[in-house]
Ligand binder design. Sequence first.
Ligand code: SN0
Length: 316
Amino acid sequence: MKRFTRIADVANLDALLSEAMDYAANPWRSADLGRRRTLGLVFLNPSLRTRMSTQKAAQLLGMDTIVLNAGADAWTIETRDGVVMDGAAGEHMREAAGVMGRYCDILGLRTFPGLVDRDYDYAETVLEQFVTYSGVPVISLESATRHPLQSFADLITIMQHRPVVRPKVVLTWAAHPKALPQAVPNSFVEWMKGAPVDLVVTHPEGYELADEFVSGVHVTHNQDEALDGAHFVYAKNWSSYADYGRITNSDPSWQITEAKMALTNNGKFMHCLPVRRNVIVSDAVLDSPRSIVLDEAANRVVSAQTVLAEMLKALA
Ligand code: SN0
């Protein structure tokens, strides 16, 4: 595996999932695979789970890790070509990524969308430049439009908890005070499409995700109808794609409460975290045995370890 930025980078999802289940059962089974290899983790935006779980995953494989909080500690990076760099940016991505590729065998990058220029964000300019100029295998640690390590962990979690072979999985929007990226829902849909699940997406009018993700997916504006008989309820806020980056609805009735969960088929509650209590989901649901958010977060180590192992095997 040379890059892990979207589901299309995965040649065989069943095989990857099976590797993941083996790492979940025995985290130390490849303790020497990454010996004398260096992983560089570059954060242009905040992170808790991604940073700790990916570092832990590298440790389990015997790798060394260098973490750079580029947003705070490094030069502001220019991505446009041919510009006179007499402004705020002190370094171009060509050199920044090129240098990191000389220090590291594998690199990870976190880069959120600006949520201002939709074409720029959806072209994945920053991530694609990083891949090109670093010259080494790259893992997305959440990019402008996707969060594949999260989606892979979500899939592992669903497979571990599914009460039936083909569970009903509902992705539901919920209101949030800040304008958030579409990366998590885009990615979740992209991964669930290839999984043995019946997926339903529900959100208010105006929150349609990009066609490239939701074409062929069952989408409804009726949350109650979507939740009926669900085995998994995956809640997430995102800002509008059509009215790009805007909050056009703040209806609190989309919050996942006990009453909403009562519509499901003994459904489990999922969220990628960080989650705002009593905004996205009520305390009662999050603190109940229905919530599997901590298992989901724990599986971030498994998804990162599985992907790193595939990349290390390809380096050898
Ligand atoms: C990010 C997002 O993409 O929605 C990261 C999720 C893994 N979430 C947030 O930025 C939430 C911030 C907040 O203030 O609630």
